[in-house]
Design a protein around this ligand. Structure first.
Ligand code: NAD
Length: 481
């Protein structure tokens, strides 16, 4: 990786219009892991011009040409997976095994899935006797992405956009941009035509805002916090571009009395801690029947206390540090609020785990006796903090589960699949996991991903992800009546 302080525009690594360096901090060591440049509106302009020029030709490429390109990307990607995983670990603290087996692997799956969907996708069909419906690439896209799944979030947008025939300008999170720089090298080596993929690093209020406002960008696809997603939508409104938002979550995990309590609670606790709790769809609210709360709390405590937190490069580490000092402070603040508002601290709590004095490590934390009105039952914490809430009956559980501004995912564990299905249907969320169903690569990669309510308005993955990058054109009189 040699171009970290440059941007990738029109197929070349170029210097920013105005130099402004920024250290990317390794959260395990608190030392710089690399340096990038922070761009400005003029860099975005240059990138948009390149993407617009490329759109003229790339949008006319055949399905076979784009399929061949996706296959070339997959081949080069497979040869750089180790570099990618190491960059992810260095920039955001993911344990190396997780960065490789999950973060990098799911990214690869997005390219494979886009190729599979494209192969069978029909971009046109007749409607009635005389009208033809065609689906065309929406145009130049702006992608603004977060640090928690750094390249996965770029690929979940870029792969289907490429399959559709769009071009793009990408701004990864300034906290974790290094893996996207490697991804850019991969795309260059795979022969992505110049201008199809452009990278401008920078912060949200400068580069992100310039992308959101830009009059020559047709669609902005944003993944990040609901707070920033709202700002993006407001900045985009004047140009009526399409706004695709993948935002925050506070997903409920309803464990019904018939479920195997030990299995459901221990699996649910570990799942809430996935990616050190920095996952938008993490089941961070565990809903337990009031008669089982004490037993379930003991299981969650045991599970949390057995979790190994430490150096992300060390073998056996399950949780690394949080991404940044700011995130560490935010999580500490919310743990403090949980205690002050009267929740029972069952495991973890304030401060770093014993023996970890450097790095943004937090203790895997479990709160019990949480009520729906508490801050830790409503706000996304984005750290390994589980809130356990008692419910009276099934209706109460569903009402609590649906009682936040979010609607990204929902989880149900029941004694029978039928009962799990029935409760799952009541949840106002875009993704429901029944009885511990796995996510991603392990099962049905084409299952759409996206939120209800303030968790967003778009869908990624599979045919749904592709169609979010397409316009629909109706050509009346295409055939003679
Ligand atoms: N729904 C999903 O698919 C999904 C996936 C991953 C993460 N997330 C969410 O992302 C959040 C964590 O990531 P984060 O802390 O990087 O989020 P964030 O909102 O702070 O930042 C996300 C991106 O938006 C940019 N940004 C910030 N302010 C902006 C502005 N005013 N205009 C334009 N861009 C701006 C940032 O620079 C970054 O690139 C969590 O809320 C999490 O739930 C959602």
């Amino acid at each position: 990786m040699s171009n970290t302080t440059k941007f990738y525009i029109n197929g070349e690594w170029v210097d920013p219009v105005a130099p402004k360096l920024f250290d990317v901090i390794n959260p395990a060591t608190e030392e710089p892991a690399g340096q990038i440049s922070m761009g400005g509106a003029e860099d975005v302009d240059r990138a948009v011009k390149a993407a617009r020029a490329a759109f003229t030709t790339f949008s006319k490429t055949t399905k076979e040409e784009r399929l061949a390109l996706l296959h070339r990307i997959i081949a080069v990607f497979e040869s750089r997976m180790d570099d990618l995983a190491r960059a992810i670990t260095a920039e955001m603290g993911s344990p190396l095994w997780f960065a490789m087996q999950v973060q990098t692997n799911t990214t690869l799956e997005h390219f494979k899935e886009a190729a599979k969907v494209l192969k069978d996708y029909d971009f046109g069909h007749m409607l009635g006797g005389t009208t033809r419906i065609v689906r065309e690439p929406i145009g130049v896209c702006g992608f603004i992405t977060p640090w928690n799944w750094p390249i996965n979030q770029v690929a979940s947008k870029f792969a289907p956009s490429l399959a559709a025939g769009c071009t793009c300008v990408v701004k990864p999170s300034e906290m974790a941009p290094l893996s996207t720089i490697i991804l850019t090298e991969i795309l260059h080596e795979a022969g992505v035509p110049k201008g199809v993929f452009n990278l401008v690093n920078g912060d949200g209020p400068t580069v992100g805002e310039a992308i959101s406002r830009h009059p020559d960008i047709d669609m902005v696809s944003f993944t990040g916090s609901t707070r920033a997603g709202i700002l993006v939508a407001k900045a985009a409104a004047d140009t009526v571009k399409r706004v695709h938002q993948e935002l925050g979550g506070k997903s409920a995990n309803i464990i019904l009395p018939g479920a195997d309590l030990e299995a459901a609670v221990s699996a649910g606790t570990l799942r809430a801690f996935t990616n050190t709790g920095q996952s938008c769809q993490a089941p961070t609210r565990m809903l337990i029947h009031q008669d089982q709360l004490a037993e379930a709390t003991a299981i969650a405590r045991r599970t949390a206390e057995a979790v190994v937190v430490g150096d992300p490069l060390a073998e056996g580490t399950r949780l690394g540090p949080l991404v940044s000092e700011a995130q560490f402070d935010r999580v500490q603040h919310l743990i403090r609020i949980g205690i002050e508002e009267g929740a029972t601290l069952a495991a973890g709590g304030l401060g770093r785990p014993a023996g970890l004095n450097r790095g943004y490590y937090v203790k895997p934390t479990v709160f019990s006796d949480v009520t729906p009105a508490m801050t830790i039952a409503q706000q996304e914490i984005f750290g390994p903090v589980l809130s356990m809430l008692p419910y009276k009956d099934k209706d109460d559980a569903v009402a609590i589960a649906n009682g936040t501004i979010y609607g990204l995912a929902g989880y149900v564990w029941a004694g029978s699949l039928e009962e799990a299905r029935e409760v799952g249907m009541e949840l106002r969320a875009g993704r429901i996991y029944l009885n511990g169903a796995p996510h991603g690569k392990l099962q049905d990669v084409e299952a759409p991903f996206g939120g209800y309510k303030q968790s967003g308005n778009g869908r990624e993955a599979g045919i749904y992800g592709l169609e979010d990058f397409l316009e629909i054109k109706a050509i009346l009189g295409y055939e003679m009546a």
